[in-house]
Design a protein around this ligand. Structure first.
Ligand SMILES: NC(=O)c1ccc[n+]([C@@H]2O[C@H](COP(=O)([O-])OP(=O)(O)OC[C@H]3O[C@@H](n4cnc5c(N)ncnc54)[C@H](OP(=O)(O)O)[C@@H]3O)[C@@H](O)[C@H]2O)c1
Length: 332
């Protein structure tokens, strides 16, 4: 495993991290979840990402149990707040009340005294940014949170937060967690240049496009049994990518991976890690073999010719529009 700095901070993270959205507490049984976490630890992954909302808070519980007994200093545990965790109007968003209550729930479920990174899971258009940033800063001072970051914020939203933090002396954001893969490059034109200038890293999600970039979904054929596309929750998220055009072009990446001696998943994870502003690629897995396959992308270098071949194959299906980074206009 190789390690990178998280933004301009002193924190090092494993360049491949493990996340448990859709899987823990939902798609996979607890034993399989624990085996995946064990495989991640064995392969040198030290950074784990979850969120209060995953599986209606059950994912944090599963991760807490799976990491029990592991030396805390050898782990970086990341979680998030924003999406609803209950039915009430204050069970969501980035108000002082919800953020404070949510971190307490996360710490209890994760069985830890602090999280290494606490992330605003979207921008909350119904809470003054000063209120959220002051609350985050308070949590840092209380030692419940070591670093703060955001997820899926636009360059403009990140810039607003940095301005307030600098004016008020609040702890600065060190990271953003966006979707990023060969197919989804919307951060490249605005978010990445701002982040490079201001000392934030990207910790990117769905680097293999939820499984699509493994090439296991074939055009014109039903999805493989047990795959995310067949899961009642996961199927909703992956379906927009399961078009014949996308799946055919993805099949055409196979010779590129083959020539490099890489699996398709390794090629996809290695691709996001070529961007120096990416501190870590968060991989998901339903089986330990997937973790062991994907983690071999650490340290792989892809040259300019390979990157050009990938672009030529994917052509117009690559999404680059920065306007695709959106948070709900009102709280969900
Ligand atoms: N901040 C946000 O808003 C946000 C949003 C989404 C995700 N995330 C974070 O990012 C993490 C990763 O997201 P993701 O799970 O979508 O990432 P991903 O790595 O793109 O997809 C993971 C899924 O692909 C399939 N897969 C993985 N490796 C494979 C292999 N070698 N061969 C065949 N299939 C393979 C597995 O699903 P099947 O076996 O079921 O097919 C696995 O669960 C999440 O856990 C979460 O921590 C954050």
């Amino acid at each position: 495993m190789e390690f990178r700095h998280l933004g301009r901070s002193g924190l090092m993270v494993s360049e491949i991290s493990y996340g448990n959205w859709i899987t823990h507490g939902s798609q996979v049984e607890e034993d399989a979840a624990k085996e995946c976490v064990r495989a991640a630890l064995d392969e040198g992954i030290t950074t784990f990402d979850t969120a209060d909302v995953y599986a209606g808070t059950k994912a944090e519980e599963v991760l807490g149990r799976a990491l029990k007994g592991v030396r805390r200093e050898s782990l970086e545990i990341f979680t998030k707040v924003y999406w609803p965790t209950g039915a009430g109007p204050n069970d969501r968003g980035l108000s002082r009340k919800h953020v404070t209550e949510s971190i307490h729930g996360s710490l209890r479920r994760l069985q830890t005294d602090y999280v290494d990174l606490y992330q605003a899971h979207r921008f909350d258009n119904e809470t003054p940014l000063e209120e959220t940033l002051k609350t985050f800063d308070d949590l840092v001072r209380q030692g419940k949170v070591l670093y703060v970051g955001v997820s899926e914020w636009t360059a403009d939203q990140i810039a607003q937060a940095l301005k307030i933090a600098d004016e008020m002396g609040f702890d600065r954001l060190v990271s953003n967690q966006p979707q990023y893969s060969m197919l989804w490059r919307v951060i490249e034109s605005e978010v990445v240049p701002l982040s490079e200038k201001e000392g934030l890293s990207q910790i990117v999600w769905s680097p293999i496009a939820q499984g699509v970039l493994t090439g296991k979904y074939l055009p014109g054929q039903p999805p493989p049994a047990g795959s995310r596309a067949t899961d009642s929750t996961g199927g909703n998220f992956i379906s927009r990518m399961l078009t014949d055009d996308v799946l055919t072009r993805v099949q055409d990446l196979k010779p590129i991976a083959g020539d490099l001696g890489l699996s398709m998943a390794q090629l996809a994870v290695a691709w996001v890690l070529q961007n120096p502003n990416v501190a870590s690629a968060i991989i998901g897995a339903t089986k330990p073999e997937q973790v062991r396959d994907n983690v071999k992308a650490a340290g792989v270098k892809l040259d300019a010719e390979v990157l050009k071949k990938i672009d030529d194959v994917l052509g117009p299906i690559v999404e680059r529009d920065p306007a695709k980074t959106v948070s709900p206009a009102t709280r969900p």
